[in-house]
Ligand binder design. Structure first.
Ligand code: ATP
Length: 363
């Protein structure tokens, strides 16, 4: 088994705290799975790098990342720098630069967590959102002119290419096919957006012909918020544009209990470049430095990374340890507990060793 070279970019806010915790957990996992090894290389890119150098990462940043098997990313955003600079300068620059076109965002309710919606049973929410990650509304096309005049104009152009839509649709159908329910919902706004979104619907229809065993339907994004909230059991795999899936996955995270539980994989399914794994949440200034950031989203990212690397046994082991930890009540305040990041991390590490579970720890 190889030693995996993992680039870590903790970046800003609680990203620094949860990535440190995730490295500890992965280091502990090395002792549990024979032959598994990681070498971590930390990159100090992010808002502090911007303050010192005027850019979020060095000019050769993408080239340097290409040498790694995977990237673990924390969070980006700072109070004194506009969000579009921090986001485009680092996260989007990496996703687009390494053509990580499939953004995969699973959601479920972990044992021991009380979901915010009274009627949402644990078994009813088990979905995965596939977000198109390189074009659409975040393609960066548009501009501003006549600044400061009454006729000032700004355009933000959504770009949908046949190759871009087709590849994400194919990825989503394949993912749906690999899951037990073989169920896919294609989200658009094709009643109002009659060009790009109708194009999505047409391509979904075309691609579906290659996946006869996948049951699929269409939903408008506004109706989707209602369906996710009131009838999550009717959903399994979901595919949507860059913007729509961005919004829907925050809702999904909230339904599962907290944004602190929600992970993301930014995948290059063709494996030309390293893929990047990051929690959905941002830098969360309100809790930065308090030691109470929920590290579970980031741990789940590590599970996604292990799955992508083909380390199925290690992925399963880590997921089981996370579930044992939440079930035993080691929860940070965002999910109703009183545990610190440190305590949750220690509990997951202890749970990795089946002989000494967190249940023993508590007694
Ligand atoms: P963004 O960079 O997207 O603007 P943000 O810094 O505003 O992000 P979000 O990630 O959107 O923060 O999270 C909103 C709030 O949810 C946070 O301010 C925090 O209170 C809570 N939260 C998010 N992630 C976590 C976490 N891992 N642990 C605990 N609370 C969290």
């Amino acid at each position: 088994m190889p030693e995996y070279k993992v680039a870590t970019i903790p970046a800003d806010g609680i990203g620094i705290e949860v990535i440190a915790a995730t490295k500890e957990v992965l280091a502990a996992l090395e002792f549990q799975v024979s032959g598994l090894g990681f070498s971590f290389t930390d990159f100090d890119w992010g808002s502090e790098h911007y303050r010192k150098n005027g850019r979020m990462m060095p000019a050769d940043g993408l080239e340097r990342l290409k040498a790694f098997d995977a990237i673990l990313f924390g969070a980006v955003g700072a109070a004194d720098i506009p969000d579009h600079i921090t986001l485009w300068g680092l996260r989007i620059a990496i996703c687009q630069g390494l053509d990580q076109y499939a953004n995969v965002r699973p959601t479920r309710i972990f044992p021991g967590i009380t979901p915010p919606l009274r009627n949402c049973k644990r078994e009813n929410l088990n979905i995965v959102i596939v977000r198109e990650n390189t074009e659409g509304e975040y393609s960066g096309q548009g501009g501003r002119s006549h600044r400061g005049f009454p006729e000032e104009v700004a355009t933000e152009v959504s770009v949908f290419t046949r190759s871009g839509v087709e590849r994400i649709m194919r990825f989503a159908f394949q993912l749906a096919q690999s899951r037990p329910r073989k169920l896919l919902t294609v989200v658009t706004k094709s009643n109002a957006q009659k060009h790009g979104m109708v194009f999505w619907d047409e391509i979904a229809e075309e691609v579906s012909r290659d996946f006869a065993d996948v049951t699929w339907d269409k939903e408008l994004v506004d109706a989707m918020t209602v369906r996710m909230t009131l009838k999550p059991e009717t959903l399994d795999t979901i595919v949507a544009t860059n913007l729509h899936a961005d919004i829907l996955s925050d809702l999904a995270g909230a339904l599962s209990g907290s944004l602190g539980m929600a992970p993301t994989a930014n995948l290059d399914p063709e494996r030309r470049f390293p893929s990047m794994f990051e929690p959905i949440h941002g830098s969360a200034f309100d809790i930065t430095g308090k030691g109470i950031a929920n590290p579970i989203a980031s741990f789940w990212c590590a599970v996604q990374m292990l799955e992508h690397l083909g380390e199925t046994e290690a992925a399963q082991k880590l997921m089981t340890a996370i579930e044992r930890t939440t079930e035993a009540g080691y929860l940070t305040p965002d999910v109703g507990g009183t545990a610190t990041t440190r305590e949750v991390t220690d509990a997951v590490i202890e749970s990795l060793d089946y002989k000494r579970t967190v249940v023993n720890l508590k007694s």
